[in-house]
Design a protein around this ligand. Structure first.
Ligand code: ADP
Ligand code: MG
Length: 140
């Protein structure tokens, strides 16, 4: 196992319901270190580019509208095997299918308003981290 970094977003449904501390507590109690974090309002362009892989999916337009509907918290999380460990802690995309104890089972409202984003590969983690953070903003 090697220490990895993964990219995380606390989505607008989480900031709206004042859940940023509760979700961060789940990260920290599960051994993640939050090595970078900032609260931002995504522009439409940023949200469109971030989710460009889903451009042809029927939910793309609504997803972009949702992601700019309020502030988000972008983060870098560090832990051994962080990418997969965070996918496991987040739970399934649809909270109806998410396991007990996961963030999405605990907090998500719907398949769209599912509280958190987490990188799905080490390669994408590096791309997503670089999209939002400069090296000097990440303090391990
Ligand atoms: P994940 O976030 O689990 O990696 P995806 O990459 O498949 O999931 O989808 C990106 C985001 O798009 C999801 O987290 C969710 O907010 C939204 N989404 C995914 N599938 C749907 C859907 N069928 N309807 C509405 N929104 C969706
Ligand atoms: Mg994804």
């Amino acid at each position: 196992m090697t220490v990895q970094r993964t990219f995380s977003i606390l989505k607008p449904d989480a900031t709206e319901r004042n859940l940023t501390g509760a979700i961060n507590a789940m990260f920290e109690s599960n051994g993640f270190r939050i090595v970078a974090q900032k609260r931002v309002q995504l522009s439409r362009h940023q949200a469109e580019q971030f989710y460009i892989v889903h451009k042809e999916r029927p939910f793309y337009g609504e997803l972009v509208d949702y992601m700019i509907s309020g502030p988000v918290v972008v983060q870098v999380l560090e832990k051994e095997n962080a990418v997969q460990a965070n996918r496991d802690l987040m739970g399934a995309t649809n909270p109806a299918n998410a396991a007990e104890g996961t963030i999405r089972k605990t907090f998500a409202e719907s398949i769209e308003r599912n509280s958190v984003h987490g990188s799905d590969s080490v390669e994408n983690a590096a791309i997503e981290i670089a999209y939002f953070f400069s090296g000097s903003e990440i303090v391990g």
